[in-house]
Unconditional design. Structure first.
Lengths: 135, 418
């Protein structure tokens, strides 16, 4: 009997996921970023750093650097594509569901942390930015 | 026993009988047969262990040592009988040298806190190796930080063995040498007897992480000649929540308590207390009684099968697995050649991250560990972020190795690796 929460592996690792894993978009670091954060998933060692440039509350540029599984890296790559040109308000509304929609499937609980690491790093970077410059 | 059977350790029929003792092997994750290749992390439990603990809770559970009524006496007897079983199993004539702790991690911390803080001074050296599990590294890091001692490391060679060329220099001025008997990541079998003897000759005590050794090979602490060894019951068919610290009686006798409270005292007055003798001195609070009963049943099970045969059989499976893995393009296996290793095999497959590999293997019912195996410095040295690790035990079969190989083939197909 198949576990209903369990997704087929072919469905999970679709071509666009493998493409984002092997050719991550917005890969690298930014000089003098306006916001930056790095975090790891200590259980598996997945690691992501994200640098952001902001102008008038809009993300003008973003780069990320990381290592880890295809899900964490592709998910972060997809997220960087999604947030360019977005306002902080719009980014604030991005949630778990949006990330899962990016990845395109329902992930098992064990791998959810991988998929959400990029979003966690993004939100932490922006939260720190707000803390630094209360407005 | 036939010659062939001896070479394999266990016959197919033996293994089939053994498998029937493990109810979990009937589980069908994701509709597949459960192929459990993660015993190095925690082994499965035979019905004999499950029943022994169940029987304890149903018939004679009570707190031990001070109950004067019948079932408390039964529980006390079972608890101390478990200690005697473990002592016999690891070859010590002195059961009091076996301290029940929560797990090997707690045992190693006990040595670091109790022996370490009494005997290690600023300027002393503590020697560990680059292949230690975090549990046999971090306690010594903390001890060094708190005492002003320095940490030194035995390096690991490219083929995953200890580089012993500089051992005498590293031991010069060292008070303690902590090392693993078998690497949990690379499967390397270290020469415990030689390392313990050289530590002693240099005036250092030796502390052995025996977590991967005691479950899978005959261990005789008298022959090893080390000063402390620690291991966990749950990796040797026993329950979680109990482990053993074995130490030389004369060292244990001279050590202050680690945890304090009930059960470990002599006479208590308002401002001070005297402490109980070993082993009670190191077993503060109500211990894991059911778990001790389960551990004793696990020891009986392993003794009945025979540790020599278990080790032989595991080597037989390891040899077969290494041969099959070598035939699969894009698979990289880490660690030494067969004569220096056991059935713990770390690998990577092309550019598939270990987590993705483990997820795909899981979709075929194959359970392997993925990650840094609590061994981050070693992983850095290997230059990989993570590996997938398959480990074999007495209930595994060649057919399960084949299932591992075909699941790896599936992962390669999904990741489009030739």
């Amino acid at each position: 009997m198949t576990d209903p929460t369990f997704t087929g592996m072919d469905e999970l690792y679709r071509d666009f996921i493998l493409d984002h894993y092997r050719n991550p978009r917005n890969s690298g670091t930014l000089e003098n970023p306006d916001a930056s954060f790095e975090d790891i998933n200590p259980l598996c060692g997945d690691k992501i750093r994200m640098d952001l440039k902001l102008k008038d509350g809009v993300v003008t540029d973003v780069k990320f650097k990381g290592r880890g599984c295809a899900i964490s890296q592709a998910s972060a790559s997809l997220l960087t594509e999604q947030i360019k040109g977005k306002t902080l308000e719009e980014i604030n509304k991005i949630g778990k569901e949006d990330v899962l929609e990016n990845v395109g499937i329902n992930i098992s609980a064990a791998r959810l942390k991988c998929a959400l690491l990029g979003l966690k790093v993004l939100k932490s970077a922006l939260a720190l930015k707000y803390l630094d410059e209360p407005s | 026993m036939s010659a062939i059977l001896q070479a394999h350790g266990l016959s197919d029929a033996d293994v089939e009988r053994i498998r029937q003792d493990f109810p979990i092997l009937n589980e069908r994750p994701h509709g597949h047969k459960l192929v459990f290749l993660d015993s190095a992390a925690s082994s499965q439990k035979p019905i004999q262990v499950i029943d022994a603990m169940d029987d304890y809770y149903r018939r004679y559970h009570a707190n031990i040592h001070r109950g004067v009524y019948h079932i408390s006496e039964l529980a006390t007897e079972a608890y101390e009988e478990a200690r005697a079983s473990v002592a016999r199993f690891i070859g010590t004539p002195c059961a009091a040298e076996c301290i029940f702790v929560r797990n090997a991690t707690e045992g190693l911390n006990l040595v670091a806190y109790s022996w370490g803080r009494t005997n290690i001074k600023a300027g002393d050296a503590i020697l560990v190796t680059e292949m230690e599990h975090h549990s046999n590294l971090v306690p010594w890091q903390v001890l060094a930080q708190q005492t002003g001692a320095t940490l030194r490391f035995v390096k690991v060679t490219e083929d995953g063995r200890l580089d012993l060329r500089d051992l005498d220099a590293l031991l010069d001025g060292a008070k303690l040498f902590a090392f693993t008997a078998v690497s949990n990541t690379l499967g390397t079998i270290n020469p415990v007897k030689e390392l313990a003897a050289r530590a002693r000759a240099a005036g250092a005590i030796s502390v052995v992480d025996a977590c991967q050794a005691v479950p899978r090979m005959p261990v005789d602490v008298v022959d090893w000649g080390a000063d402390f060894i620690a291991f966990s019951a749950h990796k040797m068919l026993g329950p979680t929540g109990i482990g053993i610290l074995w130490g030389r009686k004369e060292l244990l006798d001279a050590m202050p308590p680690f945890l304090t409270g009930g059960g470990m005292i002599g006479i208590v007055e308002m401002t001070h207390s005297t402490y109980a003798d070993v082993p009670a001195r190191f077993e503060a609070g109500t211990p894991a009684i059911a778990e001790a009963v389960g551990l004793a049943a696990a020891v009986r099970y392993l003794e009945a099968v025979g540790m020599d045969r278990i080790h032989q059989y595991e080597m037989y499976l390891a040899e077969y697995a290494l041969k099959r893995l070598a035939e699969v393009p894009a698979v990289t296996v880490y660690g030494p050649s067969l004569e220096h290793r056991t059935g713990v095999i770390s690998m990577t497959v092309g550019d598939i991250h270990a987590h993705d590999l483990a997820s795909i293997l899981d979709s075929e019912g194959v359970c392997v560990r993925a990650g840094h195996h609590c061994n981050q410095p070693l992983m850095e040295k290997l230059g990989v972020p993570a590996t997938a690790r398959a480990s074999f035990y007495l209930y595994n079969t060649k057919a399960e190795v084949d299932a591992l190989i075909s699941a790896i083939e599936k992962a390669k197909r999904i990741f489009k690796i030739a």
